[in-house]
Design a protein around this ligand. Structure first.
Ligand code: HEM
Length: 225
């Protein structure tokens, strides 16, 4: 096949940092920018993750490149979604880290950050097993919505359940956050002391109205991981 054919076949990258920064729609999906605001808790967590791992200067540069003036995010204040997307896009460029890698790391971090911020009981009450915890994510976010009334939470559906595997279907008004769920599932599994293999089977886009993750339970976590 000639070079032109290859170029034609290559699909636009739905996770390109430039898309996140400029809020271009993913191919076949609604615009990345939504009317729902995102609570400051999310942007605070991103700031915390960057500052702890890369230092304050890196965050200042990310904010500058994202065109975001806020030095401090109030966790209970809603901010336009685009602030979060622009910060993620700029972080990807400044830290030279692909957006999916960054979002996955952020997802893993979120399960620790929510503990630090005092939401540990909500995570602990999810259920006695990893399977039950995944099935209880919607009711957990309903409880979060009692504290954050404008919350626009995701919804999840657990299917194809066996004792050591299951599929998690992730529905959201937002786009392109699938890799974050990948990390969230890993972070949650860690809290249950188990190692999991997570495959992002497909993303919301042309053909699907949701993302799907196929999860296999590998066994207890090794102590040094
Ligand atoms: C105690 C723990 C948790 C708290 C307090 C919490 C709270 C929140 C908050 C405040 C948002 C922002 C939504 C908005 O402002 O409209 C959010 C978004 C989100 N949460 Fe949770 N969450 C928790 C745990 C989890 C877990 C364990 C998962 C999945 C395994 C999850 C999945 C998500 C996703 C995917 C979003 C992005 C929003 C979207 O897809 O539209 N959360 N959560």
């Amino acid at each position: 096949m000639g070079k032109a054919g290859l170029v034609r076949m290559r699909r636009a990258d739905p996770y390109a940092a430039s898309r996140f920064r400029s809020l271009l729609p993913a191919p076949g999906s609604a615009n990345i920018q939504q009317e729902n605001p995102m609570y400051g808790l999310v942007n605070r967590a991103l700031q915390q993750l960057v500052c702890a791992s890369k230092g304050e200067q890196a965050w200042i540069e990310i904010r500058r490149q994202a065109g975001v003036d806020e030095e401090v995010f109030m966790r209970m204040d809603p901010y336009p979604d685009e602030v979060t997307y622009r910060l993620v896009g700029a972080a990807s460029e400044v830290l030279d880290t692909p957006v999916p890698v960054l979002l996955r790391e952020f997802g893993r971090y979120w399960t620790r950050y929510t503990l630090i911020e005092g939401y540990g009981a909500m995570l602990n009450d999810l259920g006695p097993t990893f399977h039950e915890a995944l099935a209880a994510l919607d009711s957990m976010h309903e409880r979060v919505a009692l504290l954050y009334p404008s919350l626009s939470p995701p919804t999840f559906r657990v299917t194809e359940i066996t004792p050591d595997s299951l599929s998690l279907n992730y529905y959201s008004k937002r786009s392109s956050l699938g890799p974050m769920v990948h990390g969230l599932v890993e972070g949650l599994a860690e809290r249950f002391g188990i190692a999991v293999d997570v495959r992002h089977a497909y993303a919301k886009g042309d053909a699907q109205d949701h993302d799907r993750f196929e999860i296999r339970i590998l066994g207890p976590l090794a102590h040094d991981s």
